[in-house]
Design a protein around this ligand. Structure first.
Ligand code: GLN
Length: 560
């Protein structure tokens, strides 16, 4: 079967959950045995979201190959278990950069470079995941107006492309034009799914379809007729309303699907399956629909989720008071909770407000504490105070990236006796730089994409709690070493000069990168669960495979 393309756009308002719908479509097609990938196109000019403030855009998610991406890629991976790459996260900035770099190289042979066709061609190429045409000047086979069709990876049955933003935004117009052209080029091999909002007006006691009609009209004005409409709604939509939408928007009734608010985002795929969203897509493309997959593991998970009533309180000590800023950590805690038959009740504790005086009351009743990742000075003293409190009171504690670094600094200050210990990120002059910049990073002055990013190996030490936590499936034996691979996003690291002192005083370095000898995991073995990881385990926790460290952390919280 040649590759099929599904485009997911959104109308009326943003934040409708296009990412969840895209991930659900991926999941449903995967359940039917198809090989799927999901990619996100964002219309902003940043090259990647790595330099974006989490307050504006939520968490920055990191792929295995070290791309800093939009948090929707986290949904794609958690739902489907696929491994996304830098090809799955594209911005207007990257599109323009490619075109401008090629223009400077002379690839366009003196042509005037324009939004149409040059930018739209580059968008189309990336939507199709075709290789960049190598362009020896004047070579006849090179034709920028006709990028080759067919996914470059080969063997992909479906490529799902989610376009960020809302229909009508000026900045997403080139993406819409690219989709219009591709639909024409691909014929039945392309399907457009449009997500809109049906508001409920309380005063009139009515659900309103007009915004949807306008949104579809806007799409049609750009030459795109949606095949399938997904209506987001807080109230159930009856058949009469769906029929009305179908009639006004030139869409079959069976292709008007509703996405009601669900108690959990993980209910969305089965809700979509119940309404036949995947079947409608297959019919549009002309593929026999066949039997509806049982999705047993997924349904078993949902059953567990529904039954997990007992709550376990976990504190997230961080500086970003915004749900999405620690999205993957929250989801990893939720998932690990469900698999331990409990509901993880997450309490955000603003580290800027934590003091030695109030730490006990702020953390009262918490079964466990996560010390969050981050950058810069703001809020770090509160993280250090929290790490001290949980160490002294033996409360299970999980430090992630900057969180791990704060555990290390706290230990230096209060156990090793280096009162001025710090990270050179916060104080470049500190005489006790227990966290220091990596050698390779010292000459770099640019901000974007310059960190230690993506997956690196970590060797686990025998007898450690960390090793105990890792399941056999994630753990590989390589030349007699016990190795896991985890994703990173940092510039600073544990300063190996101090390793011996830490070990003697009771904090062990139990995970080491075998190639660069960098410390990846620290723990205090005498405590119930006090582990810090330089890497981000939250990026690889999925619905069907929760991360073993989160699993073991929640277990420890339940036993303490
Ligand atoms: N700011 C720290 C560093 O760059 C930690 C980064 C993080 O928490 N992602 O090393």
């Amino acid at each position: 079967m040649n590759t099929k393309y599904i485009f997911v756009t959104g109308g009326v308002v943003s934040s409708l959950g296009k990412g969840i719908i895209s991930a659900s479509i991926g999941k449903l097609l995967q359940a039917r045995g198809y090989k799927v990938t999901i990619q996100k196109f964002d219309p902003y000019i940043n090259i990647d979201p790595g330099t974006l403030n989490p307050y504006e855009h939520g968490e920055c998610y990191v792929t295995e190959d070290g791309m800093e991406t939009d948090l929707d890629l986290g949904h794609y991976e958690r739902f489907t278990g696929i491994c996304t790459t830098r090809n799955n996260s594209i911005t207007t900035g990257r599109i323009y950069k490619t075109v401008i770099d090629r223009e400077r190289r002379g690839d366009y042979l003196g042509k005037t470079i324009q939004v149409v066709p040059h930018i739209t061609d580059e968008i189309k190429r990336r939507m199709l995941r075709s290789p960049l045409p190598t362009s020896p000047k004047g070579e006849e086979t090179y034709s920028p107006n006709h990028p080759p069709l067919g996914g470059q990876e080969g063997g992909l049955d479906f490529v799902i492309t989610e376009v960020g933003g809302t229909i009508g935004d000026i900045e997403s117009a080139p993406f819409m034009e690219a989709i219009r052209q591709l639909r024409w080029q691909l014929g039945r091999d392309a399907v457009c799914v449009h997500l809109t909002y049906v508001p409920y007006l309380k005063a009139a006691d009515e659900l309103k379809t007009k915004p949807t009609q306008h949104s579809v009209k806007e799409l049609q004005g750009m030459g795109i007729q949606p095949d399938i409409l997904v209506l987001r709604t807080e109230r159930h939509l009856d058949d009469a309303l769906r029929l009305k939408v179908a009639g006004f928007c030139n869409v079959d009734l069976e292709c008007v699907v509703q996405s009601e608010d669900m108690p959990s985002i993980y209910e969305v795929p089965v809700n979509m399956q119940r309404q036949g969203l995947d079947a409608a897509i297959l019919r549009k493309i002309g593929i026999p629909v066949g039997e509806t997959p049982a999705m047993k593991p997924w349904r078993d998970f949902l059953e567990k989720q529904r039954n997990a009533k007992r709550e376990v309180s976990i504190a997230l000590v961080g500086k970003y008071d915004l749900q999405d800023a620690y999205k993957s950590i929250r989801e990893s805690l939720n998932l690990a909770g469900i698999y331990n038959d409990v509901k993880a009740k997450i309490h955000f504790i603003n580290s800027e407000e934590v003091t030695t005086e109030n730490v006990a009351s702020r953390l009262e009743g918490m079964a466990g504490v996560v010390i969050c990742p981050g950058f810069g000075q703001r809020g770090i003293e509160g993280k250090i105070i929290a790490a001290e409190h949980t160490r002294i009171h033996d409360i299970p504690t999980f430090g992630i990236c900057l969180g791990m670094q704060m555990m290390v600094i706290e230990f230096a200050r209060n156990v090793l006796g280096y009162k001025d210990a710090n990270s050179s990120e916060m104080d470049s002059e500190t005489p006790h730089n227990v966290i220091d910049m990596m050698e390779e990073q010292k000459s770099i002055t640019q901000m974007g994409g310059t960190m230690r990013l993506g997956a690196y190996e970590c060797e686990l030490k025998e007898g450690s709690k960390a090793l105990q936590a890792y399941e056999s499936e994630k753990l590989k034996v390589k030349s007699e070493k016990l190795i896991v691979s985890e994703r990173h996003r940092h510039r600073y690291e544990f300063n190996n000069k101090y390793q011996e002192e830490y070990e003697k005083a009771g904090m062990r370095c139990v995970g080491i990168n075998p190639d660069a000898n960098l410390v990846e995991i620290v723990e205090i073995p005498s405590l119930k669960w006090y582990i810090g990881t330089q890497f981000h385990p939250e990026y690889t926790s999925t619905v069907l495979h929760p991360h073993p460290l989160f699993m073991s952390f929640i277990k420890a919280c339940l036993n303490s």
